[in-house]
Design a binder for this molecule. Structure first.
Ligand code: COA
Length: 168
């Protein structure tokens, strides 16, 4: 299923306030039950500040996409190229009211198409985020290993998932 009328393009500076509010809303919906509202507010304020998002725009070897229905930004995805040539999906968030309508699938496909040479794509997902894990499994990812976000002990438990993109 693809959401009718969905448009996907690179994010621009003018999009960042809407991207930030999408991320704050979707993070609370996704993670408050795991970490509590206060901790999620701290994390999302730090990671999705206007400065942090602006620094991610136009990064070499990266993709920062928004998906729109009409004028409304309903989802965002980011990915980067790793030094070894693989791709790493750093973010995929669909507004809660728009989830389950094929937007995540389409946006993921477009994000991966930005890395046509990458043999593999990896991502880190919070280990208790069962809905996202089920989605990624449906999209062909498999569990590679357990980890800590960014390799840091004070960060959430995560699972590294991977998907082969190029058949050698
Ligand atoms: C996870 C997320 C990106 C998926 O996007 P989405 O638009 O809701 O998913 P889609 O409608 O594109 O679903 C695509 C496929 O995955 C399946 N799927 C989606 N969510 C699922 C779930 N919770 N359990 C099982 N399958 C699921 C769908 O059934 C569909 O499969 P099918 O069409 O082949 O039957 C989105 O729900 C989201 O933003 N969730 C909250 C934030 C989050 O956890 N992001 C990931 C952080 S790593």
């Amino acid at each position: 299923m693809t959401a009718p009328g969905l448009a996907i393009r690179d994010a621009t500076p003018a999009d960042l306030p809407a991207v930030r509010s999408l991320l704050v809303e979707t993070w609370h919906a996704t993670y408050d039950g795991l970490y509590g509202w206060r901790r999620v507010a701290e994390l999302t304020n730090a990671w999705h500040s206007p400065e942090a998002l602006a620094a991610q725009l136009g990064r070499d070897g990266g993709a920062f996409l928004v998906a729109l229905l009409g004028e409304e930004i309903v989802a965002t995805a980011s990915a980067r190229r790793e030094p070894d040539g693989t791709a790493f999906l750093t973010r995929l968030y669909v507004l809660p009211v728009r989830q389950g309508q094929g937007i995540g699938r389409t946006l993921l496909q477009v994000a991966l198409a930005c890395f046509p040479e990458a043999p593999v794509v990896r991502l880190e997902v919070e280990s208790r985020n069962e809905a996202a894990i089920a989605f990624y499994e449906r999209m062909g990812f498999f569990l590679q290993r357990q980890a800590r976000l960014g390799g840091r002990d004070d960060q959430p438990d995560t699972l590294v998932m991977a998907k082969r993109l190029v058949i050698a």
